[in-house]
Design a protein around this ligand. Structure first.
Ligand code: ATP
Ligand code: MG
Length: 314
């Protein structure tokens, strides 16, 4: 259950009134999600999603809102937060910053098919390509520098074999800190299957931009590949991999430098999630009854990216 802040019906009705939304019929807490409190809201004629931010700062929210407006203006399938009667977007509810969105159609693709992979590849390529025109910047807080600052907090919880794996990979990848020549732009930062909504093969929504930032574009693509194209052993599913990449590069071709670094980027982003999931399990107190995501999954992905040759790209 991913609702950390509770709300009452009366309180919500008042909140909705400030948007000129009158008839609240019902609302329900959303079980998915790990960072924010999310509610589905049904009114007489429209459905909405309310997000209460548990950690996100006001300034970060203004960045995300400007980004959503930019992407929407370029016809990407994102939901824009609504303005209230006084043109305010970032509201307060139960002491938390709150945004109200239209509810998008669709479900998360648990086992994406080739068409869905092609569409997400093309869409991320387009997002990256247009993002050169987005002027705001926000630092990537989960890059190699973050890995170097955090791995030592979790490495002692691992068995000897995994400690060696983590340590050796960090040793091999740390020179990426100095890598300055990769194309930069806006990253979604967490484009897992459960941050997309499909109706059949139509992509209806990209959601959860709360990790969006500026950084190496292939970092974002590597996150997508590791989540969308790995089998239960962490191995690449070749046809999904090819569908995503071949469609991505139509919108934004790789540079030579990116081609060289690509295998390392897949390992780096696997390490990033292995470490963040280990932190959740071993370091942060579990303040709610969420089942933490499995770190081993990303260990297996890392092992596979180290040992198996990647499918040829083109
Ligand atoms: N605009 C929307 N339309 C439809 N469903 C939405 C929308 N926004 C959020 N959701 C639903 O709410 C869930 C949680 O939203 P979101 O991904 O923003 O939360 P989170 O706590 O940041 O999640 P995460 O675990 O990815 O960090 C999503 O998985 C999705 O099912
Ligand atoms: Mg999410």
């Amino acid at each position: 259950m991913a609702v950390f802040t509770k709300i009452k019906k009366k309180q919500l009705s008042l909140f909705l009134k400030s948007f000129n939304i009158k008839k609240l019929i019902k609302f329900k807490e959303v079980n998915q999600g790990t960072e924010n409190s999310t509610f589905f809201i049904n009114t007489e004629n429209k459905k909405f999603v309310l997000t209460l931010f548990e950690q996100c700062e006001y300034n970060d929210l203004t960045f995300f809102i400007d980004l959503l407006k930019f992407l929407y203006s370029h016809c990407l399938p994102v939901a824009l937060p609504l303005n209230d009667k006084n043109n305010i977007i970032i509201k307060k509810l139960s002491g938390k910053n709150a945004l109200l969105f239209p509810k998008l159609y669709g479900i998360h693709p648990i086992t994406p098919n080739i068409e869905q992979c092609s569409i997400i590849g093309k869409t991320l390529g387009r997002l990256h390509s247009i993002s050169k025109n987005f002027k705001l910047k926000k630092q990537n807080l989960r890059d190699i520098n973050w890995i170097l600052l955090n791995y030592y907090k979790v490495i002692s919880f691992l068995n000897k074999k995994d400690q060696n794996l983590m340590f050796n990979q960090i040793y091999l990848l740390k020179h990426l800190v100095k890598e300055k020549q990769l194309p930069q732009g806006i990253l979604h930062g967490d484009l897992f299957r459960d941050n997309t909504l499909f109706y059949g093969n139509n992509l209806c929504g990209l959601i959860d931009f709360y990790n969006a930032c500026t950084g190496d574009l292939i970092f974002d693509l590597a996150i997508l590949i590791n989540d969308w194209c790995s089998d239960k052993y962490g191995n690449i599913i070749e046809y999904k991999y090819k569908a995503i990449l071949n469609n991505y590069i139509i919108e934004r071709p790789f540079t030579k430098k990116e081609l060289d670094i690509w295998p390392k980027m897949l390992r780096l982003t696997a390490l990033r999630y292995w470490i963040s999931r280990l932190l959740v399990i071993n370091i942060f107190p579990v303040a709610h009854n969420l089942i933490p995501k499995e770190p081993k999954k990303y260990r297996d992905i890392l092992v596979s990216r180290c040992n198996k040759k990647l499918p040829s790209l083109f």
